[in-house]
Ligand binder design. Structure first.
Ligand code: GDP
Ligand code: MG
Length: 653
């Protein structure tokens, strides 16, 4: 661009500037700016790392006229050339200055590949092109690579719309010399990053002089936006359409070829010849206007369907609509993320003090926090949100329920033939020593011991299950509280797991003891008598019913087999009654033992031991943070700060 163009743009009066491109500015009222500023600010805080922000992303095949369209909208010449010229996403923020004496100004900000931030203020449009090139070079390796970091170019002028666009590298088919071989993939990833978000409006730039269905840009937009809900087509180069091909292009503009909900706009920008002739961008807008007015096929297109000014209005409207729609959701998301980040920071704690005593108190505090949280879980006092497997008491209660069902399932049953046979056999063994029809006590005791002990295995399984759940929770807590101290966590894990294993051993011994006690047949109150009475009444009723169904006329004789059967049933009934009493006791006692030893006692022991460990000054020397934790804390702090700023910004709406 030579000085002539720069002069004409710079030195013209504000009125003259307005005259050159009136429709770019007049249609927008002051309602628009705050919304666009909101999103620009949020993006500047880096909020798009956390949530999707509304944006207009520009995609197009190489040489489709992307840069020319952006130039026409912004009034700034951007880097041009063959090959991939846009090598970093460029955020182009345009602000319309509607003041009495508007001034043209521009600001370019970026972070180079060494992490250094740059900001360049310009007061001539012609300075921009070089500055953008310089920024791209500083952000990428060599002059052919690409970067996914954003360059921000802010332009304030009386002749730009209030609009922010993100220009993405053109879709490259093959790498040219000096470019990384996977450049195509890199670009696609970059484009993916922006257009995959549902909040992004995709501006698809397509030359009119090709078959639009074959353009990669449109195919890509269809991939991410299947139903064309958020894509907007721009048809460029209408002056290059072959004679006779206009009808097909008209069908495309009229949304009859590939349907996009937001439709198509046809624009005519400067061709190479016009650029060579140094046509200014203002002249180009006039040229475009004339082109459509006098074109015998395209002059019938509606105002909305043609021209850069219409496109600018359409884009601003779409963008602002999208922003308005999303603000309430953004508020919610930001609040949620902020809570989450604060909680994470709280758990990480502050950085470590230098002195040994200071570190000792950090260790002690961590131990205290660990144990009070564990205590909370053991008591079922779940104040904070947590995953179901961390709800220790609830998890364990479920295991107790399962145990109850399994234990009671061991009850002796009438249908258990082998048990009846066993009883009969024992009756015969004892016969001779005793008179028939007496419950033979030692024999009964042996049978009772047998059935009651069947509940022992389920109780041990239950203990093992409970232990596994506790182990999981303890491990998670160790990671959560001591994870930041790599030289401590191992020792803490050892202490905790040794205590857990010893609690498990004690519990198992207690359970054995409980079953040993159960082998001493005992029932203090008259529960047993009530049970046996109930069972015997039931059996008598059953017998009577069976009798009724048999032949009345036949007298009933007692045979020795029958006597034995009756006797066996009698004993079985006693067994059933006793089992009921015992199982009630066992299904209460075993869980009580497990809960007492594995939760109450264990938690108390862990507390004592960890506090002792934390109070030991020797251990304080090992309180060193993982460098990763420091980085994590810095990242979280940064995230928290940007979320706080975002929340403040959003609260204005
Ligand atoms: P990009 O690679 O998509 O950024 O494409 P450019 O904007 O650099 O355009 C590629 C070529 O097409 C350039 O020579 C432009 O001057 C030319 N061009 C862009 N738009 C038009 C147009 O509407 N009409 C004509 N005749 N040429 C155009
Ligand atoms: Mg370009």
């Amino acid at each position: 661009m030579d000085n002539e163009e720069f002069d004409s743009q710079e030195r013209s009066t504000p009125e003259a500037q307005r005259e050159t491109a009136p429709s770019l500015t007049q249609a927008f009222d002051d309602q628009v700016r705050p919304y666009i500023d909101l999103i620009d600010n949020l993006r500047a805080y880096g909020l798009d790392k956390d949530v999707g922000l509304p944006a207009v992303a520009v995609i197009g095949d190489q040489s489709s006229g992307k840069s020319s369209t952006l130039e026409a909208i912004s009034g700034i010449q951007l880097p041009r050339g063959s090959g991939i010229v846009t090598r970093c996403p460029l955020e182009l923020r345009m602000k319309c200055d509607r003041g009495e004496s508007p001034v043209w100004s521009s600001k370019l900000t970026y972070t180079d590949k060494h992490g250094e931030e740059h900001c360049k203020v310009m007061d001539h449009p012609e300075a921009v092109e070089g500055a953008v090139r310089e920024a791209q070079d500083a952000m990428t390796d060599g002059d052919a690579g690409i970067s996914s970091d954003l360059i921000t170019l802010e332009v304030t002028s009386s002749s730009v719309p209030d609009l922010t666009l993100i220009d993405l590298p053109g879709i490259a088919r093959v790498a040219v010399e000096g470019q990384p071989l996977d450049i195509g993939d890199q670009i696609k990833n970059l484009i993916h990053h922006y257009i995959t978000k549902q909040e992004t409006i995709i501006l698809v730039v397509i030359p009119s002089n090709v078959d639009i269905a074959t353009t990669e840009a449109l195919q890509l937009s269809q991939l991410y936006d299947k139903h064309g809900e958020r894509s907007l087509g721009v048809l460029t180069k209408p002056d290059l359409i072959d004679k006779g091909a206009e009808a097909q292009v008209l069908r495309a503009v009229n949304n009859q070829v590939i349907h996009l909900k937001k439709g198509y706009t046809m624009v005519k920008c400067r061709g190479q010849a016009a650029v060579d002739k140094k046509q200014t961008l203002q002249e180009a807008i006039q040229d475009e206007k004339d082109f459509f007015e006098y074109h015998d096929k395209f002059r019938d297109l509606s105002q909305e369907q043609r021209g850069i000014p219409s496109l600018a209005i359409k884009l601003t409207t779409e963008l602002v609509d999208q922003i308005k729609k999303i603000v309430p959701e953004l508020k919610k998301d930001v609040k949620m993320l902020l809570d989450e980040t604060r909680e994470k920071l709280r758990i990480l704690g502050e950085g470590l003090p230098e002195s040994k005593e200071g570190r000792q108190s950090v260790l002690l505090e961590t131990a205290t926090n660990f144990t009070s949280f564990l205590l909370m879980l053991a008591r079922g006092d779940y104040a904070t949100k947590m995953t179901p497997d961390m709800r220790l008491l609830t998890v364990i209660r479920k295991k107790f329920d399962t145990f109850g069902i399994q234990a009671k399932g061991q009850a002796p049953r009438d249908g258990d033939i082998s048990l009846i046979e066993d009883i009969k056999e024992q009756i015969q063994d004892y016969r001779g020593r005793e008179l028939p029809n007496f419950i033979m006590y030692p024999m009964f005791e042996a049978l009772v011991r047998d059935v009651v002990s069947k509940m022992k295995d389920p109780s041990i399984y239950c203990l093992k299950d409970v232990d596994k759940s506790i182990e999981k929770v303890l491990n998670k807590l160790c990671e959560k509280y001591f994870g930041r101290f790599p030289r401590i966590i191992g020792e803490v894990k050892t202490i905790v797991s040794e205590l857990r294993l010893s609690a498990k051993t004690t519990t198992e011994e207690e359970l054995h003891k409980q079953f040993e006690m159960e082998a001493l047949i005992y029932s203090q109150d008259n529960t047993y008598l009530q049970e046996i009475e109930a069972i015997q009444i039931k059996r008598a009723q059953l017998k009577a019913k069976q009798q009724k169904q048999m032949d009345y006329s036949m007298p009933v004789y007692e045979t020795p087999e029958k006597t034995e059967q009756t006797e066996a049933e009698h004993i079985l009934d006693a067994l059933k009654a006793y089992f009921k009493v015992a199982s009630r006791r066992v299904t209460d006692m075993a869980p009580m033992i497990i809960r007492y030893q594995m939760l109450e006692v264990l938690v108390k022991n862990i507390k004592t031991e960890l506090i002792k460990y934390g109070a030991n000054l020797e251990n304080a020397t090992n309180v060193e943070e993982d460098p990763y934790v420091r980085i994590e804390r810095a990242n979280l702090t940064e995230k928290k700060e940007r979320l706080v700023r975002a929340e403040m910004e959003l609260n204005k709406f």
